[in-house]
Design a protein around this ligand. Structure first.
Ligand SMILES: [Zn+2]
Length: 260
């Protein structure tokens, strides 16, 4: 992994907001997310990251059917957001009975075909996501291998020492939150911080504890939030973004920068 040039600046924290985008059929959620993305671009000059689910995921399919919301409208909303955000993929995998594939229930024999179908759906919209984040923070080596084969280059499914949520196999070997590393060839890992819809003074203090190397050498992390967290929000998420944007020790990264 090449080291970023630090010759002319202090070590910084490279960030982007990453939404687990799960309720685009909700008018209020969609409107708030669209507004957030536009304002974020205006402030940072960088498009935020939206990892989306598709109508071929059980959870979305059920909700769209219940509400009579056409999958085509769901696709239109993703394409609208793609104009002001980087579209990634958020995998929540279910079996044929609609049971969540987590822990021992997770198998690629079941999750793999769902991923193939969902990515084909996104490809048909002209979207080729390179960025992944795992639903329920689930990630496995086999899942990563299939993502790599599908062209993914960046993952944000790990959360530092909260290892057991994504698979014991990595728990003893992962670098700390804030480090950037190759999780499985050729996928780069940048870990997720806590959800950023918390009061900024509290969040700022938490960051200092979670990223002790911040300011000592370059660090990388993503700021996760659910799209639906924006509904009924009290402005904390925007205070966090503006607070971080005001810091001389923060830079905002697009995917190309994250991989450089
Ligand atoms: Zn999710």
């Amino acid at each position: 992994m090449p080291v970023a040039d630090t010759a002319n600046r202090p070590p910084v924290l490279w960030l982007n907001a990453l939404f687990h985008t799960e309720m685009l059929d909700d008018d209020d959620v969609f409107r708030r997310l669209h507004r957030f993305c536009g304002t974020f671009v205006d402030l940072t000059g960088i498009r935020p990251w939206l990892c989306v689910m598709t109508p071929l995921c059980h959870r979305i399919r059920v909700r769209l059917a219940e509400q009579g919301f056409a999958p085509e409208r769901y696709a239109e909303r993703i394409l609208q957001l793609a104009e002001i955000a980087e579209i990634g993929y958020h995998g929540h995998f279910f079996d044929d009975q609609g049971e969540r594939l987590v822990s021992d229930r997770f198998t690629m024999a079941t999750a793999g075909p769902q991923m193939v179908a969902e990515l084909a759906w996104l490809h048909a919209l002209g979207l080729r996501p390179k960025l992944y984040t795992g639903g329920w923070w689930v990630i496995t080596p086999e899942l990563l291998m299939q993502l790599a084969a599908a062209g993914f280059q960046l993952d944000a499914s790990t959360r530092g020492d909260k290892a057991n949520r994504y698979g014991d196999r990595y728990s003893d070997t992962l670098p700390a939150l804030g480090e950037r590393f190759e999780l499985i060839h050729p996928i780069t890992e940048i870990g997720s911080l806590p959800y950023f819809g918390q009061p900024w003074p509290y969040y700022e203090a938490a960051l200092q504890g979670l990223l002790p190397a911040w300011g000592k050498r370059d660090q990388w992390a993503v700021l996760p939030l659910h799209d639906y967290d924006l509904a009924g929000a009290r402005g904390h998420e925007w205070q966090t973004i503006t607070g971080l944007a005001a810091s001389p020790l923060v830079r905002w990264m697009d995917v190309a920068t994250a991989l450089r």
